[in-house]
Write a protein that binds this ligand. Sequence first.
Ligand code: SF4
Length: 298
Amino acid sequence: MVNKILKLKKEKGYIILAHNYQIPEIQDIADFVGDSLQLAKLAIELEEKRILFLGVDFMAELVKILNPEKKVIIPDRNATCPMANRLTPTIIEEYKEKYPEASVVLYVNSTAECKAMADVICTSANAIDVIEKVDSEVILFGPDKNLAEYVAEKTGKRIIPMPANGYCPVHQFDPTSVEKARKKFPNARVVVHPECPKEVRDNADYVGSTGQMEQIPEIDLSQTFVVGTEIGMVHKLRKKFPHKNFVPLENTVCVNMKKNTLENSLLALETESFEVVLPDDVLEKAKAPILKMFEIMG
Ligand code: SF4
């Protein structure tokens, strides 16, 4: 199966990009494994005009928005993000009417249609920097209420979560999970994602995006790390740092990320579908707040 995929990919001129939360077998066949923004930016630099994207739909859309001339295919149309889907253009309209003075900052985990209505986009890695630099003290932020709360704590700005109850089900760790992990691994460092609830973030040693999680074992000499994010990240860290130990805070799985398999990846290459197609106006309008983020970050 793996050989067939690699052969077909080469014959048809595809490159395979996979998100950090993909199953190990998928990560192992990918040309690049990274977070959503790393992959979308990387796609700009690639010579290949055809991309098999293995993640969820908003990530594939992001690649398409930044690379409109390239063909982007995904193996399963139902691989979507329940958190991204909680925010809709109608909700954004309602909040904008209620808070006309506020800037709209959307997390990259949002649909292309919603991005098209934002002033600027951010990632979990740069949310604090972006919001500090936005010229407004009141921010409408969606769709993750936990990231909104974390950024409010760090920046002191008034961050209004939009919708009020958006969250990633995968990162809702038990509030006592960090304490339990410390009892089991007393010498470990605990690293969690900012999408986690406050009790979990407050008890961790580090709070960071998946990209930042990859840098921590380089600067922290600890041997063992407890990782509070989707289980797929543990595979990536173990591969990158084979002499260190990584254990999941809890075995939490994003079922949507796991919809991509070797079987449907092969089928996607054989049939060159499903292609990511977005209306021209959405492509154009959604690109502007992403470019604004690049500009803000320098
Ligand atoms: S891990 Fe959470 S935010 Fe990421 S795709 Fe799955 S549900 Fe969405």
